[in-house]
Design a protein around this ligand. Structure first.
Ligand SMILES: Cc1cc2nc3c(=O)[nH]c(=O)nc-3n(C[C@H](O)[C@H](O)[C@H](O)COP(=O)(O)OP(=O)(O)OC[C@H]3O[C@@H](n4cnc5c(N)ncnc54)[C@H](O)[C@@H]3O)c2cc1C
Length: 312
């Protein structure tokens, strides 16, 4: 990066606040990823807006990072500015309405709304996510009866955005055109600043019961993130059929390339055994796609987002 550009950014965001060549493996749940040219942690919504506007005015590419739980960052890292979103304020507005800044961690939001006797977010217990990441992907999990999927859009009222065009606006949830693993944020470079949720009263004990059941279910079915870093399910469902089942039927459970492995516990998880490169993960992704195509004629598509530069 040009020295004058770097100095300009450091002067405007704070010399001690902008890190150069920050390893993104430290900021993703995969524990994989090369360096960000520049890395800045926005602590307030004003700082988030300022950093994005600055990058846009300098024609510098930027990437908004939540918990890095749904991305695979390439081994060569991300060019431009990575803005780690740490705006985490949560406000109770009365009548079940809660407004959270987009860097708020969903687990904290669940804890606080549970303590306030408000139900609706407990379905997402155990999923690593910020509020911004949750809206990007329309966070989802199985309902307590395990027969239906609950989406975050169901409890969302609206949001405050910094739009692609540079305006700060309030939008209703329809703006997001939510689908399964889908929202307008995949197609527009809007940045979520805050989100408003509408929750319903419930007893703390009832909410806690759903949290506990979900955590138990996840612990039974999914590899433990602390031991086996991952970004959750790698592939989308195909016509309601779990990709993991197809991968399993290809005999790929436990298959390893480098330090990445198709989890023996759940075949839609590709885990980092420690020291995996993005390239290891990408090769396993390719292999799963090829084998599933060969055996079932079905095309797997990634649910996780590939970000930055990958080695060829
Ligand atoms: C063990 C494990 C289990 C998982 N289980 C589930 C599950 O059951 N259900 C499920 O839906 N997901 C699951 N996931 C995936 C992941 O947790 C979600 O997709 C989550 O919402 C990602 O949030 P994040 O903050 O980490 O986003 P990141 O991964 O940091 O970012 C994802 C995308 O969102 C964009 N983004 C983030 N913040 C903003 C913002 N403020 N404005 C605009 N864009 C933004 C980023 O730029 C990026 O494109 C799982 C992941 C793991 C590791």
């Amino acid at each position: 990066m040009r020295q004058d550009l770097l100095s300009d950014i450091q002067n405007r965001l704070g010399r001690d606040r902008v890190k150069v060549s920050e390893p993104l493996s430290q900021h993703t749940t995969y524990r994989v990823g090369g360096p960000a040219d520049l890395f800045y942690e926005a602590q307030t919504v004003d700082e988030l807006v300022h950093a994005v506007k600055l990058a846009r005015s300098l024609h510098l590419p930027f990437f908004i990072l939540g918990l890095g739980a749904n991305i695979l960052v390439g081994d060569k890292g991300i060019r431009g500015l990575v803005v780690k979103n740490r705006c985490a304020g949560i406000e109770f507005k009365g009548r079940g309405r809660v407004v959270a800044e987009s860097g708020a961690v969903v687990a904290d939001l669940i804890e606080q709304t549970k303590a306030g006797g408000l139900s609706g977010l407990e379905h997402f217990a155990g999923i690593p996510s910020t509020v911004g990441g949750a809206l990007w992907q329309n966070l989802h999990f199985l309902a307590p009866d395990r027969n239906r999927t609950v989406f975050v859009e169901e409890v969302l009222l609206g949001a405050t955005l910094l739009t692609e065009e540079g305006d700060v606006i309030e939008v209703g949830k329809d703006y997001f055109s939510f689908g399964y693993d889908e929202s307008v944020l995949h197609h527009r470079k809007d940045v979520v600043l805050k989100a408003a949720f509408e929750l319903v009263p419930a007893s703390v004990a009832d909410i806690q019961q759903i949290v506990d059941e979900n955590l138990r279910w996840r612990a039974e079915k999914h590899p433990d993130l602390r031991q086996f870093p991952s970004a959750g399910s790698v592939f989308r469902q195909i016509e309601g059929l779990g990709a993991g089942r197809l991968i399993d039927q290809c005999g790929l459970k436990g298959f390893t390339i480098g330090r990445a492995q198709v989890s023996p516990k759940h075949a839609n998880f590709i885990v980092n055994l420690g020291g995996a490169s993005a390239s290891d993960v990408v090769q396993l992704i390719q292999l799963c796609k090829e084998k599933v195509k060969e055996r079932f004629g079905a095309e797997l598509t990634e649910e996780i987002r590939m970000v930055g530069e990958f080695c060829r």
